[in-house]
Design a protein around this ligand. Sequence first.
Ligand SMILES: NC(=O)c1ccc[n+]([C@@H]2O[C@H](COP(=O)([O-])OP(=O)(O)OC[C@H]3O[C@@H](n4cnc5c(N)ncnc54)[C@H](OP(=O)(O)O)[C@@H]3O)[C@@H](O)[C@H]2O)c1
Length: 265
Amino acid sequence: MSTYTWLEAILFPQVRINEQRLLQHLSGKTIIITGASSGIGEALAVRLSNMPVHLILIARREQKLIELKNSIAAKGKAKVSVYAADLRQADEMEALLLWLEAVPGGIDIIVSNAGKSIKRSIFASLDRYHDFTRTMAINYLAPVQLMLALIPVLEEKKGQIINVSTINMLLQPFPHWSAYLASKSAFDQWLRAAAPELRARDVKVTTFYLPLVRTPMIEPTASYKSMPAMSPEHVAAHISKAMYTHKRAFKPWWLWPAEWLSFFK
Ligand SMILES: NC(=O)c1ccc[n+]([C@@H]2O[C@H](COP(=O)([O-])OP(=O)(O)OC[C@H]3O[C@@H](n4cnc5c(N)ncnc54)[C@H](OP(=O)(O)O)[C@@H]3O)[C@@H](O)[C@H]2O)c1
Protein backbone atom coordinates (compact mmCIF):
# COMPACT_ATOMS: atom_id res chain seq x y z
CA MET A 1 0.00 0.00 0.00
CA SER A 2 1.38 3.44 -0.85
CA THR A 3 2.53 5.73 1.97
CA TYR A 4 -0.05 8.19 3.19
CA THR A 5 0.56 11.70 4.51
CA TRP A 6 -0.60 12.27 8.11
CA LEU A 7 -3.81 13.86 6.77
CA GLU A 8 -4.52 10.93 4.45
CA ALA A 9 -3.91 8.50 7.32
CA ILE A 10 -6.66 10.29 9.30
CA LEU A 11 -9.06 10.62 6.38
CA PHE A 12 -8.57 7.05 5.17
CA PRO A 13 -8.12 4.75 8.19
CA GLN A 14 -6.75 1.27 7.70
CA VAL A 15 -9.18 -1.57 7.09
CA ARG A 16 -8.98 -4.85 9.02
CA ILE A 17 -9.68 -7.89 6.94
CA ASN A 18 -10.46 -11.33 8.28
CA GLU A 19 -8.44 -13.21 5.66
CA GLN A 20 -9.84 -16.55 6.80
CA ARG A 21 -13.41 -15.36 6.38
CA LEU A 22 -12.60 -13.84 3.00
CA LEU A 23 -11.01 -17.09 1.87
CA GLN A 24 -13.95 -19.19 3.10
CA HIS A 25 -16.44 -16.88 1.47
CA LEU A 26 -14.71 -16.53 -1.90
CA SER A 27 -13.33 -20.03 -2.45
CA GLY A 28 -14.53 -21.38 -5.79
CA LYS A 29 -16.37 -18.18 -6.74
CA THR A 30 -16.30 -16.43 -10.10
CA ILE A 31 -15.78 -12.67 -9.95
CA ILE A 32 -16.07 -10.22 -12.84
CA ILE A 33 -14.09 -6.99 -12.59
CA THR A 34 -14.77 -4.42 -15.30
CA GLY A 35 -12.07 -1.81 -15.84
CA ALA A 36 -9.38 -4.21 -14.62
CA SER A 37 -6.57 -2.86 -16.77
CA SER A 38 -5.62 -0.03 -14.40
CA GLY A 39 -6.33 1.81 -11.17
CA ILE A 40 -8.90 0.35 -8.76
CA GLY A 41 -9.85 -2.62 -10.95
CA GLU A 42 -6.24 -3.70 -11.39
CA ALA A 43 -5.52 -3.29 -7.65
CA LEU A 44 -8.59 -5.40 -6.84
CA ALA A 45 -7.48 -8.18 -9.18
CA VAL A 46 -4.08 -8.18 -7.47
CA ARG A 47 -5.72 -8.14 -4.01
CA LEU A 48 -7.75 -11.24 -4.89
CA SER A 49 -4.93 -13.01 -6.68
CA ASN A 50 -4.03 -15.17 -3.66
CA MET A 51 -7.54 -16.59 -3.45
CA PRO A 52 -8.84 -19.78 -5.13
CA VAL A 53 -11.24 -17.82 -7.32
CA HIS A 54 -11.94 -17.38 -11.02
CA LEU A 55 -11.30 -13.76 -11.94
CA ILE A 56 -12.78 -12.45 -15.18
CA LEU A 57 -10.97 -9.25 -16.10
CA ILE A 58 -12.55 -6.91 -18.63
CA ALA A 59 -11.29 -3.68 -20.26
CA ARG A 60 -10.26 -2.46 -23.70
CA ARG A 61 -6.46 -2.77 -23.40
CA GLU A 62 -5.88 -6.46 -24.01
CA GLN A 63 -2.11 -6.32 -23.54
CA LYS A 64 -2.50 -4.80 -20.04
CA LEU A 65 -5.01 -7.51 -19.16
CA ILE A 66 -2.71 -10.27 -20.41
CA GLU A 67 0.23 -8.90 -18.40
CA LEU A 68 -1.96 -8.81 -15.30
CA LYS A 69 -3.21 -12.34 -15.98
CA ASN A 70 0.37 -13.60 -16.33
CA SER A 71 1.51 -11.97 -13.08
CA ILE A 72 -1.48 -13.46 -11.21
CA ALA A 73 -1.04 -16.87 -12.84
CA ALA A 74 2.59 -16.91 -11.63
CA LYS A 75 1.25 -17.03 -8.03
CA GLY A 76 -0.60 -20.24 -8.88
CA LYS A 77 -3.77 -19.52 -6.84
CA ALA A 78 -6.44 -17.76 -8.88
CA LYS A 79 -7.69 -18.76 -12.30
CA VAL A 80 -7.83 -15.73 -14.59
CA SER A 81 -9.75 -15.14 -17.80
CA VAL A 82 -9.40 -11.90 -19.70
CA TYR A 83 -11.85 -10.41 -22.16
CA ALA A 84 -10.93 -7.29 -24.11
CA ALA A 85 -13.95 -5.22 -25.12
CA ASP A 86 -15.07 -1.65 -25.46
CA LEU A 87 -18.22 -1.76 -23.35
CA ARG A 88 -19.67 1.19 -25.27
CA GLN A 89 -19.73 -0.76 -28.53
CA ALA A 90 -22.97 -2.70 -29.03
CA ASP A 91 -21.37 -5.56 -31.01
CA GLU A 92 -18.50 -5.99 -28.54
CA MET A 93 -20.91 -5.92 -25.60
CA GLU A 94 -23.17 -8.51 -27.23
CA ALA A 95 -20.21 -10.83 -27.88
CA LEU A 96 -19.09 -10.40 -24.25
CA LEU A 97 -22.57 -11.23 -22.92
CA LEU A 98 -22.66 -14.40 -25.03
CA TRP A 99 -19.22 -15.36 -23.74
CA LEU A 100 -20.26 -14.71 -20.12
CA GLU A 101 -23.37 -16.86 -20.58
CA ALA A 102 -21.09 -19.80 -21.33
CA VAL A 103 -18.80 -19.38 -18.28
CA PRO A 104 -18.95 -22.75 -16.50
CA GLY A 105 -20.55 -22.47 -13.07
CA GLY A 106 -21.92 -18.96 -13.71
CA ILE A 107 -21.03 -15.65 -12.06
CA ASP A 108 -21.09 -14.96 -8.29
CA ILE A 109 -19.91 -11.36 -8.03
CA ILE A 110 -19.70 -8.48 -10.46
CA VAL A 111 -17.62 -5.43 -9.63
CA SER A 112 -18.90 -2.68 -11.93
CA ASN A 113 -15.85 -0.46 -12.02
CA ALA A 114 -15.04 0.55 -15.62
CA GLY A 115 -15.56 4.25 -16.01
CA LYS A 116 -14.53 7.48 -17.62
CA SER A 117 -14.35 10.95 -16.10
CA ILE A 118 -14.38 14.29 -17.88
CA LYS A 119 -13.79 17.68 -16.27
CA ARG A 120 -14.92 20.49 -18.56
CA SER A 121 -16.80 23.74 -18.15
CA ILE A 122 -20.26 23.75 -19.68
CA PHE A 123 -19.15 26.70 -21.85
CA ALA A 124 -16.28 24.64 -23.23
CA SER A 125 -18.74 21.80 -23.89
CA LEU A 126 -21.22 23.55 -26.15
CA ASP A 127 -19.91 21.80 -29.26
CA ARG A 128 -19.03 18.58 -27.42
CA TYR A 129 -22.29 16.63 -27.16
CA HIS A 130 -20.14 13.51 -27.56
CA ASP A 131 -18.69 14.08 -24.05
CA PHE A 132 -22.18 13.38 -22.72
CA THR A 133 -22.99 10.41 -24.93
CA ARG A 134 -19.60 8.81 -24.22
CA THR A 135 -19.80 9.17 -20.45
CA MET A 136 -23.41 7.94 -20.43
CA ALA A 137 -22.38 4.99 -22.60
CA ILE A 138 -19.67 3.73 -20.26
CA ASN A 139 -20.82 4.98 -16.84
CA TYR A 140 -24.56 4.25 -17.21
CA LEU A 141 -25.70 2.22 -20.22
CA ALA A 142 -22.88 -0.36 -20.18
CA PRO A 143 -23.34 -1.35 -16.52
CA VAL A 144 -27.15 -1.44 -16.96
CA GLN A 145 -26.79 -3.78 -19.95
CA LEU A 146 -24.34 -6.00 -18.05
CA MET A 147 -26.62 -6.16 -15.00
CA LEU A 148 -29.73 -6.99 -17.04
CA ALA A 149 -27.87 -9.93 -18.55
CA LEU A 150 -26.35 -11.11 -15.26
CA ILE A 151 -29.24 -10.66 -12.80
CA PRO A 152 -30.72 -14.12 -13.53
CA VAL A 153 -27.43 -15.90 -12.77
CA LEU A 154 -26.74 -13.65 -9.77
CA GLU A 155 -30.18 -14.55 -8.44
CA GLU A 156 -29.51 -18.23 -8.96
CA LYS A 157 -26.10 -18.00 -7.24
CA LYS A 158 -27.29 -15.56 -4.48
CA GLY A 159 -24.54 -13.31 -5.75
CA GLN A 160 -23.43 -9.73 -5.29
CA ILE A 161 -23.27 -6.53 -7.33
CA ILE A 162 -20.57 -4.07 -6.29
CA ASN A 163 -20.77 -0.63 -7.85
CA VAL A 164 -17.72 1.63 -7.80
CA SER A 165 -19.20 5.10 -7.51
CA THR A 166 -18.14 8.47 -6.18
CA ILE A 167 -18.77 10.47 -3.00
CA ASN A 168 -20.01 13.24 -5.28
CA MET A 169 -23.33 11.36 -5.53
CA LEU A 170 -23.90 12.41 -1.91
CA LEU A 171 -22.67 16.02 -2.20
CA GLN A 172 -23.88 19.17 -3.91
CA PRO A 173 -22.92 18.94 -7.61
CA PHE A 174 -19.58 20.50 -8.56
CA PRO A 175 -19.24 22.80 -11.58
CA HIS A 176 -17.16 21.52 -14.55
CA TRP A 177 -18.18 17.91 -13.89
CA SER A 178 -21.64 17.81 -15.48
CA ALA A 179 -20.94 14.95 -17.94
CA TYR A 180 -19.26 12.71 -15.39
CA LEU A 181 -21.60 13.40 -12.47
CA ALA A 182 -24.80 13.03 -14.51
CA SER A 183 -23.66 9.66 -15.88
CA LYS A 184 -22.49 8.34 -12.50
CA SER A 185 -25.76 9.57 -10.91
CA ALA A 186 -27.79 7.77 -13.54
CA PHE A 187 -26.33 4.39 -12.63
CA ASP A 188 -26.36 5.16 -8.91
CA GLN A 189 -30.09 5.95 -9.10
CA TRP A 190 -30.76 2.91 -11.28
CA LEU A 191 -29.07 0.61 -8.82
CA ARG A 192 -30.65 2.25 -5.77
CA ALA A 193 -34.06 1.75 -7.36
CA ALA A 194 -33.32 -1.86 -8.32
CA ALA A 195 -31.59 -2.80 -5.03
CA PRO A 196 -34.70 -3.51 -2.90
CA GLU A 197 -36.04 -5.88 -5.57
CA LEU A 198 -32.65 -7.54 -5.93
CA ARG A 199 -32.14 -7.90 -2.17
CA ALA A 200 -35.61 -9.44 -1.85
CA ARG A 201 -34.29 -12.22 -4.11
CA ASP A 202 -31.00 -12.62 -2.22
CA VAL A 203 -28.79 -10.63 -4.58
CA LYS A 204 -26.53 -8.45 -2.44
CA VAL A 205 -25.90 -4.87 -3.59
CA THR A 206 -23.00 -2.71 -2.41
CA THR A 207 -22.08 0.78 -3.57
CA PHE A 208 -18.71 2.41 -2.93
CA TYR A 209 -19.06 6.19 -2.64
CA LEU A 210 -15.36 6.84 -3.02
CA PRO A 211 -13.39 10.02 -2.40
CA LEU A 212 -10.45 10.91 -4.62
CA VAL A 213 -8.37 7.83 -5.46
CA ARG A 214 -4.80 8.13 -6.79
CA THR A 215 -5.25 6.39 -10.18
CA PRO A 216 -4.58 7.34 -13.82
CA MET A 217 -8.13 8.79 -13.90
CA ILE A 218 -7.16 11.82 -11.81
CA GLU A 219 -3.77 12.46 -13.44
CA PRO A 220 -5.05 15.03 -15.99
CA THR A 221 -6.34 17.26 -13.13
CA ALA A 222 -3.26 19.14 -11.88
CA SER A 223 -4.93 20.41 -8.69
CA TYR A 224 -5.56 16.82 -7.52
CA LYS A 225 -1.83 16.12 -7.25
CA SER A 226 -1.60 17.90 -3.89
CA MET A 227 -5.02 16.81 -2.59
CA PRO A 228 -5.48 13.88 -0.17
CA ALA A 229 -6.41 10.71 -2.06
CA MET A 230 -6.91 7.05 -1.22
CA SER A 231 -4.60 4.50 -2.76
CA PRO A 232 -6.22 2.02 -5.18
CA GLU A 233 -4.82 -0.82 -3.02
CA HIS A 234 -6.66 0.58 0.00
CA VAL A 235 -9.91 0.78 -1.98
CA ALA A 236 -9.31 -2.79 -3.17
CA ALA A 237 -8.96 -3.95 0.43
CA HIS A 238 -12.31 -2.33 1.32
CA ILE A 239 -13.98 -3.90 -1.72
CA SER A 240 -12.65 -7.35 -0.85
CA LYS A 241 -13.95 -6.95 2.72
CA ALA A 242 -17.40 -6.00 1.37
CA MET A 243 -17.41 -9.36 -0.43
CA TYR A 244 -17.93 -11.11 2.91
CA THR A 245 -19.61 -8.39 5.01
CA HIS A 246 -22.03 -7.50 2.18
CA LYS A 247 -22.31 -4.00 3.58
CA ARG A 248 -24.67 -1.90 1.51
CA ALA A 249 -22.52 1.20 1.15
CA PHE A 250 -19.03 2.46 1.76
CA LYS A 251 -18.89 6.15 2.63
CA PRO A 252 -15.91 8.00 4.13
CA TRP A 253 -16.36 8.72 7.86
CA TRP A 254 -16.04 12.46 7.12
CA LEU A 255 -18.99 12.51 4.72
CA TRP A 256 -21.16 14.83 6.86
CA PRO A 257 -18.66 17.74 7.02
CA ALA A 258 -17.97 17.21 3.28
CA GLU A 259 -21.73 17.44 2.61
CA TRP A 260 -21.90 20.65 4.60
CA LEU A 261 -18.82 22.15 2.95
CA SER A 262 -20.10 21.29 -0.53
CA PHE A 263 -22.82 23.94 -0.07
CA PHE A 264 -20.10 26.63 0.13
CA LYS A 265 -17.85 25.63 -2.76
N1 LIG B 1 -9.98 7.87 -9.24
C1 LIG B 1 -10.90 8.48 -8.51
O1 LIG B 1 -10.63 9.52 -7.87
C2 LIG B 1 -12.29 7.91 -8.42
C3 LIG B 1 -13.13 8.41 -7.41
C4 LIG B 1 -14.42 7.90 -7.32
C5 LIG B 1 -14.86 6.91 -8.18
N2 LIG B 1 -14.00 6.46 -9.16
C6 LIG B 1 -14.52 5.42 -10.06
O2 LIG B 1 -13.64 4.32 -10.02
C7 LIG B 1 -13.76 3.57 -11.21
C8 LIG B 1 -12.39 3.13 -11.66
O3 LIG B 1 -11.63 4.26 -12.01
P1 LIG B 1 -10.07 4.42 -11.73
O4 LIG B 1 -9.90 5.60 -10.86
O5 LIG B 1 -9.48 3.14 -11.35
O6 LIG B 1 -9.61 4.89 -13.18
P2 LIG B 1 -8.70 4.26 -14.32
O7 LIG B 1 -7.39 3.83 -13.76
O8 LIG B 1 -8.73 5.25 -15.42
O9 LIG B 1 -9.51 2.94 -14.73
C9 LIG B 1 -10.65 2.98 -15.55
C10 LIG B 1 -10.85 1.58 -16.08
O10 LIG B 1 -12.04 1.58 -16.88
C11 LIG B 1 -11.73 0.95 -18.13
N3 LIG B 1 -12.56 1.50 -19.19
C12 LIG B 1 -12.74 2.80 -19.51
N4 LIG B 1 -13.52 2.94 -20.60
C13 LIG B 1 -13.85 1.67 -20.97
C14 LIG B 1 -14.62 1.13 -22.04
N5 LIG B 1 -15.21 1.94 -22.94
N6 LIG B 1 -14.78 -0.20 -22.12
C15 LIG B 1 -14.18 -1.02 -21.23
N7 LIG B 1 -13.43 -0.58 -20.19
C16 LIG B 1 -13.26 0.75 -20.08
C17 LIG B 1 -10.26 1.26 -18.37
O11 LIG B 1 -9.65 0.28 -19.20
P3 LIG B 1 -9.26 0.48 -20.74
O12 LIG B 1 -8.78 1.89 -20.91
O13 LIG B 1 -8.19 -0.56 -20.94
O14 LIG B 1 -10.49 0.18 -21.46
C18 LIG B 1 -9.70 1.11 -16.96
O15 LIG B 1 -9.39 -0.23 -16.69
C19 LIG B 1 -14.52 4.46 -12.20
O16 LIG B 1 -15.85 3.99 -12.34
C20 LIG B 1 -14.53 5.82 -11.53
O17 LIG B 1 -15.67 6.58 -11.87
C21 LIG B 1 -12.73 6.92 -9.30
